[in-house]
Write a protein that binds this ligand. Structure first.
Ligand code: ADE
Length: 252
């Protein structure tokens, strides 16, 4: 996968992209990443990238000529999405990340200051994504969140040990609790089932932990999750009356 980010502050990407899994993905040849300076696409002698808004008001607006030139230079193929990071975009979820992880190339456009000229959206932006209902000073941190969420889903990036299948949100539920050695820590034992060696029982326990945690912390997710008849029966036994979509045939 190739990801190009356009930013006024390309140095913001360096530390995150040179550590941990993002670095490994590049080292393994699974990701090619570059941050580009929007200013490099300005043609006047002052390399001006922004201007005051028509109609008055505060703040500076990124100029359409510079930004469209930059996006077009990085996006030779029409199929490559040019994604603007903005609080007005569709919300980044696991499903959106999984959808983007299938694509060979992404161009990420990071606004700064008051925003971008609307004509950039009309002419060169194909998608707009927000990482939450709050406003950041620029799109760079949002782009890094998106890159991390997407790249970890690219096959081979986490390796078999870090399989993403049980991640929170991967199947609409939060992940249950995890434990490692020691078996007893400050008087708190690991649940006995985890040391029993019964794989099917462990899987059932994990599913129930995920149901319980989701019910306790994000009941909104539980109402939308695909639950099996066994899930529903177990939840009812715990005092919960799940609504949600119809039972998934043969689901677990
Ligand atoms: N830029 C500023 N705020 C943002 C947000 N919440 N998500 C994505 N990009 C942004």
């Amino acid at each position: 996968m190739q990801i190009d980010a356009l930013s006024l502050f390309p140095a913001m990407f360096a530390s995150v992209m040179s550590a941990s899994m993002m670095w490994k993905a590049q080292d393994r040849g699974l990701l090619s990443f570059r941050a580009h300076d929007i200013r490099d696409y300005a043609t006047d002698k002052h390399r001006q990238v922004d201007d005051t808004p028509y109609g008055g008001g505060g703040g500076m607006i990124l100029k359409p000529d510079v930004l469209v030139r930059a996006i077009e230079a990085l996006r030779p193929a029409r199929e490559t999405p040019a994604i603007l990071l903005s609080p007005q975009g569709r919300l980044l979820t696991h499903q959106v990340a999984a959808e983007l992880a299938h694509l060979p190339r992404l161009v990420l456009v990071c606004g700064h200051y008051e925003g971008i000229d609307e004509r950039v959206r009309q002419l060169a932006i194909t998608d707009e994504i927000s990482i939450g209902d709050y406003v950041l000073t620029g799109g760079e941190l949002a782009a890094l969140v998106l890159i991390d969420a997407v790249v970890r889903l690219v096959p081979g990036v986490l390796g078999a040990a870090g399989a993403t299948d049980r991640d929170s949100h991967a199947h609409g539920l939060l992940e249950g609790a995890h434990y490692t050695r020691p078996a007893v820590f400050r008087g708190l034992p690991v649940p006995a089932i985890l040391t029993s060696g019964h794989h099917a029982e462990v899987a059932r326990w994990r599913r129930r932990q995920a149901l319980l945690r989701t019910w306790q912390r994000r009941p909104d997710l539980l109402e939308k999750a695909q639950l099996s008849a066994e899930d529903r029966e177990w939840l009812r036994g715990q005092g919960h009356t799940p609504l949600g979509p119809p039972d998934r045939p043969g689901g677990s």
